[in-house]
Design a protein around this ligand. Structure first.
Ligand code: GTP
Ligand code: MG
Length: 205
């Protein structure tokens, strides 16, 4: 189904607007501007499907994407749903709005039975930050399986990427819900997209 175009089906501004529990969902989570929306576009080979921006705080709702044809009820349920999330941490928006997004993200991550995997995106230039630790703690507590995805690796040199991979694995290996491996990506250069697709495929019904 990566051969098909994918479509945007729903933007969820608050938990009460979530679709009913159903097919497996995979969420792209991470700090503002880490490259969540760009990675979804790169993965699906569709520039502009998920909206991206230089300014942190671009994605403001939980955005649901499905393979084309499944956007209508008659077609049945999609085998998999990708969810682009608002970022946590810094965003160019009023504090109460940022707080509301953060609550939405945290509540969805810890309490959604259909959610089968979280890709936790980490900017290769910054590594794991305090608020990423907070999210990992929440996911561990909820026993919600997550895999670290390093983003924007085109922005640092190859040896620095290798070093970061080792450091990151060291920091996550004792975490109960963390995947034992991570995925190195660059949306810009198309790095790691096959690994990511493979991970998605293993979860599709
Ligand atoms: P929010 O929705 O605001 O939380 O951001 P996001 O995590 O969805 O990030 P987005 O995909 O909008 O990308 C943020 C910026 O990073 C954009 O200017 C992208 O062009 C840039 N960017 C994303 N991925 C990469 C990458 O792999 N390499 C480089 N060099 N830039 C990237
Ligand atoms: Mg975004």
């Amino acid at each position: 189904f990566f051969a098909k175009p994918w479509v945007f089906v729903r933007g969820v501004p608050a938990l009460k607007f979530l679709p009913p529990e159903g097919p497996p969902e995979i969420a792209f989570a991470g700090r503002s501007n880490v490259g969540k929306s760009s990675l979804i576009n790169a993965l699906l080979g569709q520039k502009g499907l998920a909206r991206t921006s230089n300014t942190p705080g671009r994605t403001q709702e939980l955005n649901f994407f499905v393979p084309d044809g499944y956007g209508v009820v008659e077609a049945g349920l999609p085998p998999i749903v990708l969810v682009d999330m608002p970022g946590y941490g810094y965003a160019k928006a009023p504090k109460d709005q940022v707080d509301a997004w953060t609550r939405l993200v945290f509540d969805y991550l810890r309490g959604r039975p259909s959610l089968k995997r979280v890709f936790l995106l980490i900017d290769a230039r910054h590594g794991i930050k305090a608020n990423d630790e907070e999210v990992m703690k929440l996911l561990d507590k909820a026993a919600m399986s997550y895999q670290i995805v390093l983003t924007k690796t085109d922005k640092i040199k190859a040896p620095a990427v290798d070093k970061l991979v080792v450091e990151t694995l060291e920091r996550t290996k004792k975490r109960p819900a963390a995947f034992p491996s991570l995925i190195v990506t660059s949306s810009e250069k198309g790095v790691g997209l096959d690994d990511l697709r493979e991970a998605v495929l293993t979860l599709a019904e």
